[in-house]
Design a protein around this ligand. Structure first.
Ligand code: C2E
Ligand code: CA
Ligand code: CA
Length: 598
């Protein structure tokens, strides 16, 4: 029984008032009893009152009990109400018809009060159980629906990027596959754009992750605004976005969108109260010309983006055969680089540094090369970026330092113990400062190379981001006795404040300032200014890329300390370099060839 309504309702239907009274008396003590004296009244009352059970006389004038019973089964709201038919004794035919009409039980007249109570109670209990079951079922149904809703929400979260709300990598791949299928079936073209934000890492490192997040959200919004609703802008992760432009009639449509996107990205962003200028690089692939499968198309659009970035950023590139070849070559080289260690294909050249005032050799810079079995000698520009991309740079860097220290340790033993060995570091080696310091320390120990003869060359970009951590790493290297040179000075931020904060002893003026060095030129003012400034900061100045007598003279007059460049010597293999040290090979310049302490 329903605990909130403990009394069940029984509807008694009989055309005879005597029978009604009789049955009423039997049931009134336990139940709420309603009465009806005709078939029509019974139906009306059943609809209106929704009794829990009906006691129904079969033989009634007008609408009889069978008809009422059958009607009850047909109505949505009365279908569940059990009907007990009351018939004359031994009327088996009536019983058959009654069950057919949907009655649950029979009572025979004259009624036995105990039997009436027992049957009514039994069927009410049955109904209660059935209702409970139905309710449980409904609850179950609701629970299932709730779970389904939750699941679809989770699925949505798994398909959309929570930061920007854009489709994520998974959904992007689904949509791309979808686009390929559609393109295949309907012979349609579409474009795939790979978009990468230039300088995102810089924003993240210098302005913090909040600013980085704001930038991504705003960039996503701007990119979406450029395309149609039916197009997809997705975020693959980090600062990598993709765009699917469905149904393009001509390449120029993709180009137009690419241009608009670049324009949007080049418009300054407001981050942490300041205007920040970034830009984007876009690679474009067209289906089916640049890839007939989603995989191929994505790979090619990505390669095109890579080249757009390399070509100087804020640019877009269509995929082409040439890009394909370059990408292919890059991938092959990446794979081959792992083998290059086993096959001993790396080697070092050494380029002397010369003291301007005396013409003596003061040291040398180690420069790595790769003697590639198929491609010939590769220069750092051709493989260092690849090594940085694959993480092999740590291995390359460690190899360079160990080999250079071994070679130079030998020269020191030969008596050239004032020579300074300069070794270049990659920004990536600098990222894990502790690891770098450990590596350097171990190499010095293993090779027995004196720390005071080692100079590590870093660039300004390595100091960006976490400057405190970077200067701590430099301090630890300094503690080992090593000196630090700031390479390519003048090409980056050239920040005096930075120079003052970092434990640096040497700056190397980039060769681009030497190229046009004439007595009254702009560049000569620049080198003069840096040399003066370095003097005031107590720093030594090395000028790279000196190719002519004139350049050398100007720099000497300006008070530069050391120079490096083809005018004195190109980078040389270790045997030639030893010849140079021993005077068997001449060192360029106006002074007679002579090495310090030789
Ligand atoms: P860098 O540190 O600025 O090295 C000097 C580069 O200028 C060398 O090119 C050298 O051959 C070249 N050079 C020297 N004198 C002259 C000259 O008079 N005129 C001209 N036009 N160029 C001159 P290289 O060997 O191709 O190295 C290029 C860059 O690769 C280096 O620039 C350095 O940043 C990087 N690199 C070289 N070796 C290593 C290394 O072992 N590790 C890392 N991480 N980077 C390296
Ligand atoms: Ca260098
Ligand atoms: Ca340099």
């Amino acid at each position: 029984m329903d605990p909130t309504n403990p009394q069940s309702t029984v509807l008694v239907v009989d055309d005879s008032p005597d029978n009604i009274r009789l049955l009423g008396n039997i049931l009134l003590r336990e139940y709420r009893v309603l009465f009806a004296t005709s078939g029509q009244e019974a139906m009306d009352s059943a609809l209106a009152n929704q009794p829990d059970l009906m006691l129904l006389d079969v033989m009634m004038p007008g609408i009889d009990g069978f008809t009422v019973c059958a009607w009850m089964r047909e109505q949505q709201t009365t279908r569940g109400i059990p009907v007990i038919l009351v018939t004359a004794i031994n009327d088996t035919d009536a019983e058959t018809r009654g069950f057919e009409a949907g009655a649950v039980d029979f009572l025979t007249k004259p009624v036995n009060p105990a039997a009436v109570r027992a049957r009514v109670a039994a069927h009410l209990e049955l109904k209660r159980q059935r209702d409970e079951l139905a309710q449980a079922n409904t609850r179950l149904q609701e629970e299932i629906e709730r779970r389904q809703r939750l699941e679809s929400k989770l699925r949505e979260q798994a398909e959309f990027d929570s930061l920007t709300g854009l489709p994520n990598r998974k959904l992007f791949h689904d949509r791309l596959q979808q686009a390929v299928l559609m393109g295949e079936r309907k012979q349609r073209h579409f474009a795939l754009l790979f978009v990468d934000l230039d300088r995102f890492k810089w924003v993240n490192d210098t302005l913090g992750h909040d600013a980085g997040d704001t930038l991504l959200i705003e960039a996503a919004r701007r990119m979406k605004a450029v395309v149609r609703k039916s197009d997809t802008v997705a975020r693959l992760g980090g600062d990598e976005f993709t765009v699917i432009l469905s149904d393009i009639l001509h390449e120029s449509m993709a180009e137009l969108v690419a241009r608009k996107m670049l324009e949007q990205l080049a418009t300054p962003f407001r981050l942490k109260g300041q205007e920040v200028a970034i830009s984007g690089s876009v690679g474009i692939g067209i289906y089916p010309a640049d890839g007939a499968t989603s995989h191929e198309l994505a790979r090619n659009a990505d390669s095109a983006m890579y080249l757009a970035k390399q070509s100087g950023r804020n640019a877009f590139r269509f995929f082409s055969e040439e890009i394909d070849q370059q990408a292919h070559r890059r991938m092959t080289l990446e794979g081959e680089m792992r083998l290059a260690f086993q096959n001993d294909e790396f080697f070092l050249d050494y380029q002397p540094k010369v003291r301007l005032q005396t013409g003596d050799m003061t040291g040398m810079e180690a420069l790595v090369r790769w003697d590639h079995p198929r491609e010939g000698i590769l220069f750092p520009k051709q493989f260092i970026p690849l090594a940085e991309g694959t993480g092999l740079i740590n291995q390359v860097g460690a190899w360079v330092l160990r080999t250079a220290c071994n070679d130079a340790a030998f020269w020191i033993k030969e008596g050239f113990d004032e020579l300074k060995l300069a070794v270049n570091l990659s920004a990536l080696q600098f990222r894990d400062g502790d690891k770098l310091v450990r590596m350097v320390e171990e190499t010095l120990k293993e090779t027995g190379f004196p720390a005071k003869n080692l100079e590590l060359e870093i660039t300004e970009s390595m100091m960006l981001g976490n400057t405190d951590q970077a200067s701590e790493t430099l301090r630890q290297l300094r503690e080992l006795g090593i000196s630090i040179a700031m390479d390519d000075f003048g090409t980056g931020f050239s920040s005096l404040a930075l120079l003052k904060r970092l434990p640096i002893q040497v700056i190397k003026i980039d060769r681009s300032f030497v190229r046009d060095l004439t007595p009254d030129g702009r560049n000569s003012a620049f080198t003069a200014a840096i040399i003066t400034m370095a003097r005031q900061l107590g720093l030594e100045v090395v000028v790279e890329g000196v190719e002519s007598d004139l350049q050398m003279r100007i720099l000497r007059d300006q008070g530069g300390d050391e120079v490096q460049g083809f005018f004195f010597s190109p980078p040389l293999g270790k045997h030639s370099f030893l010849d140079l040290l021993h005077g068997r090979l001449p060192l360029g310049g106006e002074h007679p060839p002579k090495a310090a302490n030789a």
